[in-house]
Write a protein that binds this ligand. Sequence first.
Ligand code: RP5
Length: 162
Amino acid sequence: MADVKVGIIMGSQSDWPTMKEAAAILDELGVAHESRIVSAHRTPDRLWEYGRAAVGRGLQVIIAGAGGAAHLPGMMASKTRVPVIGVPVQTRALNGVDSLYSIVQMPKGFPVATMAIGAAGAANAGLMAAQILALGDPALAERLDRWRSDLSASIPEEPADD
Ligand code: RP5
């Protein structure tokens, strides 16, 4: 199996329906990845160990999704210099605005590249991770260019009735 380049982590099993959108994009683009449940609050030691080992394991991007008091992406960014892309998971209580604010407003020194709330944000996180990796991988860059032009070509010029 190819070396894992992208780690997808999430605070809970309940985040997976959102975060699997990132995994699906990486599958489409042929980027080796892994998915793990790593909770800032429920499994803090797991978070610390994942962050501590990230560089040595060769991870190049970490996609971190969480909802509510979503501390996972920021805590991971404080533990490793591997770039962290944050995905605010949509919540029932506050619609994901709580997640967004928890992730986006990082103090100077520990950035998290924050995506949109929910499934679109997770898919874009997969694309952003691939774009970062494509800087040093011409074959992936070509696959990404094709993916993007296929998407453009699929958009009709005129709207249609249902
Ligand atoms: C966060 O709390 C998780 O990221 C999840 O979005 C949210 C709710 O978790 P569950 O109670 O569904 O496990 O830690």
